[in-house]
Design a protein. Structure first.
Length: 128
């Protein structure tokens, strides 16, 4: 359904440090910056991009928006969360851990990136 996700940033270098560390946990290569200044990450056929807003105004986060990233295991979600916090992100909501959802238990880890975008590492547990 989705081809890519793009978030705005006020500091591409700060975002590069944060997202390079975050996505390294998932086995993704570091981001590359193209001529227009967009920072691009490509992994498992998905694209995640970071850029300064085209309109020249400050980048802001989406109120109520969350970008979810698939985790292979609860341990990977914890490592992903730790990498984010150690590289300028902020832990939000409850600490990483299992949550009861309509379709069973899931493991969630929530962060805000350095520009305030809300991110979630999600591991959907197979039925036990």
């Amino acid at each position: 359904m989705f081809s890519h996700v793009m978030v705005g940033s006020n500091d591409i270098d700060r975002s590069r440090r944060f997202y390079d560390a975050l996505f390294a946990v998932l086995g993704a290569p570091p981001g590359t910056e193209e001529q227009k200044g967009r920072l691009i990450y490509v992994h498992n056929r998905g694209r995640f991009m970071v850029k300064r807003p085209i309109d020249g105004k400050a980048a802001t986060h989406a109120n109520g928006g969350t970008i979810g990233f698939t985790m292979a295991s609860p341990e990977q979600a914890i490592a992903w969360h730790r990498a984010g916090v150690e590289n300028g992100g902020m832990s939000i909501e409850d600490p990483p851990g299992p949550r009861e959802a309509g379709a069973g238990e899931i493991f969630l880890a929530y962060l805000r990136d350095p520009d305030g975008n809300k991110l979630c590492g999600v591991c959907r547990q197979p039925p036990g």
